[in-house]
Ligand binder design. Structure first.
Ligand code: ZN
Length: 345
């Protein structure tokens, strides 16, 4: 099969025209991939930064966001038929640890993620455990179904924080931050504020439903937001940037007793004023990782079927997988937001 592999401990990926098709274990499902999404994580793998060098096994097939069709099932896999259109939760677990057995399998101690710890979906075929399969509703197009993984990150963050009838600040409007704007709006946030250094992303955040989007390099916005929120600050902070200044600004804008949900990944351990921003503030801080299996997936399906999510301006480009280089560069340069590659259809 065709596959994009991390061929060496360095930058870029290699297109292999004749990679072997994954072998299907008894409880596995083999999926013929239709479309895939390029994630920020794939950028780290492409650029081979410290995180990627420490985590990604060389030789792996990359990619974890996809939609496809079941091509074969293992001898003991009985839940889904060949031919079914599906996506899948990319976090796999042996279902043995505490969290797997108590409804939090997305943070299992033994989590192995496709395209990161085991072979992924930038290929004609991907193999996943049957438990991870998510049948895709007929009304959800392939282009959207290919990016349920990051959309699920946004939905999980918004739902974990609880935004209904609340003022919400989203720091960082990259792919997931922008998705969080439309999700928060659909979930009933009263007012959404956003920050981003990119004027284009700020404009798009406003188009998607933010009442105001600020350039974070000028601190004056914090006072402005606090003033319009009873002089006290926003009810909810969704931190989507992984940038230390944004974290500090976000907590500065958060009211006492507010909720902060943190999804952005920081490059290094950061100093933070816990006394002022968390303890004396009495706020709730949530770490967000992945998507809940499968509560988030059901919420996502309902939100998509409601017609209230605006994704057409977020999924900006599509390339055939053979143009993987151009596809990755379009995402990395910031020219594209969510870039999709078509593999089979
Ligand atoms: Zn992703």
């Amino acid at each position: 099969m065709r596959a994009l592999i991390k061929h060496h401990a360095g930058t870029e990926l290699k297109f292999v025209p004749d990679h072997s098709v994954p072998s299907v274990g008894p409880r596995d499902v083999l999926i013929k991939v239709s479309k895939v999404g390029i994630c920020g994580t794939d950028r780290h793998i492409w650029e081979w930064d410290d995180w990627a060098a420490g985590r990604i096994p060389v030789g792996i097939v990359t990619g974890h966001e996809f939609v496809g069709t079941i091509a074969a099932v293992g001898a003991a896999a009985t839940k889904y038929p060949v031919g079914l259109r599906v996506s899948a939760e990319g976090h796999t677990t042996a279902w043995k640890d505490y969290n797997s057995r108590t409804g939090n399998a997305h943070i299992a101690a033994d989590t192995k993620i496709i395209g990161i710890d085991r072979d992924g979906c930038f290929a004609d075929y991907v193999c996943v455990p049957e438990e991870n399969v998510w049948p895709v509703h007929a009304k959800i197009p392939d282009k959207v179904a290919a990016v349920l993984d990051p959309l699920g990150n946004a939905v999980h963050t918004v739902m974990a924080a609880g935004v209904s009838a609340k003022s919400v600040l989203i720091t960082g409007t990259g792919i997931i931050g922008l998705m969080a704007v439309t999700v928060a709006k659909a979930a009933g946030a009263s007012r959404i504020f956003a920050t981003d250094v990119s004027p284009a992303r700020r404009a798009l955040a406003k188009k998607l439903g933010a009442v105001e989007a600020f350039d974070p390099r000028d601190n004056a916005w914090i006072g402005e937001v606090r003033k319009t929120c009873r002089g006290e600050g926003v009810d909810v902070l969704l931190e989507m940037s992984g940038a230390a200044p944004a974290l500090n600004q976000g907590f500065e804008a958060l009211r006492n007793g507010g909720t902060a949900a943190l999804l952005g990944i920081f490059k290094r351990p950061e100093a933070f004023d816990w006394n002022r921003q968390v303890i004396f503030k009495g706020c709730t801080v949530l770490g967000i990782n992945g998507r809940k299996m499968f509560e988030t997936w059901y919420q996502m399906e309902e939100l998509l079927l409601s017609g209230r999510l605006e994704l057409s301006d977020i999924i900006t480009h599509e390339f055939p997988i053979e143009q993987f280089k151009k596809a990755h560069e379009t995402m990395i340069s910031g020219e594209g937001i969510k870039v999709v590659m078509s593999v089979n259809g």
